[in-house]
Design a binder for this molecule. Structure first.
Ligand code: TRP
Length: 339
């Protein structure tokens, strides 16, 4: 049986260069590497989105987010499945069954829940139940690898625990996703793992879309020449040495990171190339050009993808997803005595 790699992408079409280089591009490369012999489920957890107010048009954002994958170079074949969570009702139904397996105590311990509910008078139940729906997303497809950030590892651990408990108590029907350590190894691309692109003006901080200062961040929708100018005006230091030293030279180190990721070169090689150089202007010019080329390529491809293309992919993906998910849901219902 083919194994399944599953990723849930938030319907968030406004991405920074940091999101793109740190999450989207690695996922696309992973999918392209494995799509000959694994199912690659790329789904939009739109039921998760509605735990809080959605900014913009949800449906339109779904389409835009999926377009980003194609524009980033995802090669579509019969093993790539795009779908919306809300169009596969088995997610909600398995979530309910798993609600009867999960305990209040273990959900109370989820750090994401604690963060989101802290200091609030009223918190909706969806926020509390978020990890159980996420477990259903994963278990319906016997997914083994789930490329997510470390902030989601606690949810993966919970998924494993719920599957184990269910299997022991009722029937062995769920495949446990790999442990976080194995997930990290699987996601490893060699050389450039875990790089976080920093704020161009305050390189001590992560680049963030919520920073209102336009020069602090590069958005994927930025005019490529404007983005290049932002690199040219990035904050550096007065040490006059090009080296990787995030503590003393976060600005220069950030530029080296951006160069590594945009040109798909191991960071160590970029560092060696620039070792001994002293002219920050030369480095900036090189990085600015790399970013400009990357954005231009991305935006050209993006403009060529129609909404209809995505809707067609969703249509076939949702047929596949419903088939697989309904089969697993049925097994869970039988195990629970519902059928
Ligand atoms: N919680 C994930 C995030 O915030 C999104 C998500 C929902 C997801 N369901 C999932 C990721 C299932 C992987 C698998 O990024």
């Amino acid at each position: 049986m083919k194994s399944t790699i599953l990723t849930g992408i938030r319907a968030n079409s406004e991405l920074t260069l940091g999101n793109f280089l740190g999450a989207l591009l690695p996922m696309v490369r992973l999918a392209n590497t494995h799509s000959a012999d694994s199912h690659i489920n790329i789904f939009v957890p739109d039921l998760h989105s509605i735990i809080s107010a959605v900014d913009g048009e949800l449906q339109q954002n779904v389409i835009k987010s999926l377009k980003n994958y194609l524009a980033a170079g995802l090669t579509v074949n019969k093993n790539i499945h795009f779908y919306r969570q809300s169009r596969v009702p088995a997610h909600s139904e398995l979530c309910w069954i798993l609600n009867c397996v999960a305990s209040m105590g273990e959900l109370n311990r989820m750090t994401q829940y604690k963060d989101k509910s802290e200091g609030k008078d009223s918190v909706n139940v969806g926020i509390f139940d978020y990890p159980v729906l996420m477990a259903a997303d994963i278990l319906l497809y016997d997914a083994k690898y789930i490329p997510v950030g470390e902030d989601q590892f606690q949810h993966l651990e919970l998924t494993r625990r719920l599957a184990e408990r269910f299997n022991r108590k009722y029937n062995e029907i769920f495949t446990l996703p790999a442990e976080p350590k194995a997930q990290i190894e699987f996601m490893s691309t060699g050389g450039n793992d875990g790089i976080r692109i920093r704020d161009l003006q305050n390189p001590e901080k992560k680049m963030s879309k919520s920073n209102p200062a336009p020069n602090s961040k590069i958005m994927l929708s930025d005019e490529p020449t404007v983005a290049a100018k932002k690199i040219m005006s990035a904050t550096t230091d007065s040490l006059g040495k090009i080296q990787y030293d995030m503590f003393n030279q976060p600005g220069i180190s950030n530029l080296l990171q951006i160069e590594a990721l945009t040109t798909d070169t191991p960071l160590q090689d970029v560092i060696s190339t620039w070792a001994g150089e002293t002219h920050y202007g030369d480095l900036k010019q090189k990085v600015a050009e790399s970013v400009r080329v990357l954005l231009e390529d991305f935006q050209t491809k993006l403009a060529e993808i129609s909404d209809q293309q995505i809707l067609d992919l969703l249509e076939s993906g949702e047929i596949y997803a419903n088939e697989v998910a309904n089969q697993k849901l049925h097994e869970a219902q039988v195990a629970f005595g519902l059928r």
